[in-house]
Design a protein around this ligand. Structure first.
Ligand SMILES: Nc1ncnc2c1ncn2[C@@H]1O[C@H](COP(=O)(O)OP(=O)(O)OP(=O)(O)O)[C@@H](O)[C@H]1O
Ligand SMILES: [Mg+2]
Length: 277
């Protein structure tokens, strides 16, 4: 198996003494994979992400980039941040420039790219997030969902090898969620490794290759199929099972080999199949 882009090995972290948030967390982020991270509120998803991008330092254990421990000096952290981008859960913690265009261009400008390359990246990122018409808008006047899209555009403009998104769909309208999934699909097709956290098991099922559940200090990883059918595991994350694996089981019992992953796929299947009722 190839070396993961980024990995956590036995990572331990506490904000306060005696209250570990992560207590020996292991995770491999493999090239080109899509990982959904689930877990209860306060389970440690955001903390894990901040450790992975070097914003926090583990008390014990290691974070490895391409198999090498990350160096916590300026050079090492810069190298990490050019390859790995985190979109924060709350866009107000991420956005700081006066306008949408300035915010999205900040990273590419800081990379020292020529101005025509910066402009091309910013325009592509704004288009991908359907916010090209907001380019000149002051960031403080944006709606929550618009801020969220701007923050994601800023990360995409960096063209990272690995993109980590902390609850990117929270606060987006349903069409915005679909647009984001299309954008993530394009990034995946281009070879970007993707990680997102969510409380939406159905979204995780339709989108992810693998699922990681972060709870009680540990990270439990399994295929999306396995994890999202595991009632006990999901209960530990204060979640219920996804509907799609249950529907696939019922269809299999009815002799139908179909695995609809979205409501639209299920409707299309039902419309073309005369099931005995
Ligand atoms: N800056 C901080 N100082 C002290 N404790 C913190 C800090 N940030 C988070 N915590 C605590 O660490 C634990 C894990 O929080 P974290 O934000 O990682 O959870 P999460 O899984 O992302 O939750 P959510 O689903 O609500 O986003 C929680 O108990 C939280 O109260
Ligand atoms: Mg969080």
């Amino acid at each position: 198996m190839s070396v993961p882009v980024l990995a956590a090995r036995g990572v331990c972290f506490s904000y306060e003494e005696g209250r570990p948030v992560l207590d020996g967390a292991d995770l491999d982020l493999c090239v080109g994979h899509r990982l959904a991270v689930l877990g209860p509120n306060g389970g440690g998803k955001t903390t894990l992400f901040r450790l992975l991008v070097g914003a926090l330092a583990p008390a014990d254990g290691q974070v490895l980039l391409d198999g090498e421990p990350i160096r916590r000096n300026r050079q090492g952290l810069t190298a990490l941040r050019t390859q790995v981008q985190l979109v924060l859960q709350d866009p107000d913690d991420q956005l700081f420039a006066a306008s949408v265009y300035q915010d999205v261009s900040f990273g590419p400008v800081n990379l020292g790219l020529p101005s025509n390359e910066v402009a091309a990246r910013v325009e592509a990122a704004l288009k991908a997030l359907c916010i090209a018409d907001l380019a000149d808008r002051p960031t403080h006047l944006l709606s929550f969902g618009q801020k969220k899209r701007t923050a994601i555009a800023g990360a995409i403009a960096m063209r990272p090898r690995l993109l980590v998104l902390d609850e990117p769909t929270a606060g987006l309208d349903p069409a915005g969620v679909e647009e984001l999934l299309l954008t993530l699909g394009d990034l995946h097709a281009a070879g970007t490794t993707l990680v997102l956290s969510t409380h939406d098991v159905d979204l995780a099922y339709r989108w992810a290759d693998d699922v990681a559940v972060v709870a009680r200090g540990k990270v439990h990883v399994a295929s999306a199929e396995e994890a999202l059918s595991d009632a006990a595991l999901l209960e530990s994350a204060r979640l219920g099972p996804a509907w799609a694996p249950a529907v696939a089981r019922l269809l299999a019992q009815a002799g139908q080999d179909a695995r609809p992953r979205t409501a639209a796929e299920l409707y299309a299947f039902l419309a073309r199949t005369a099931l005995p009722v």
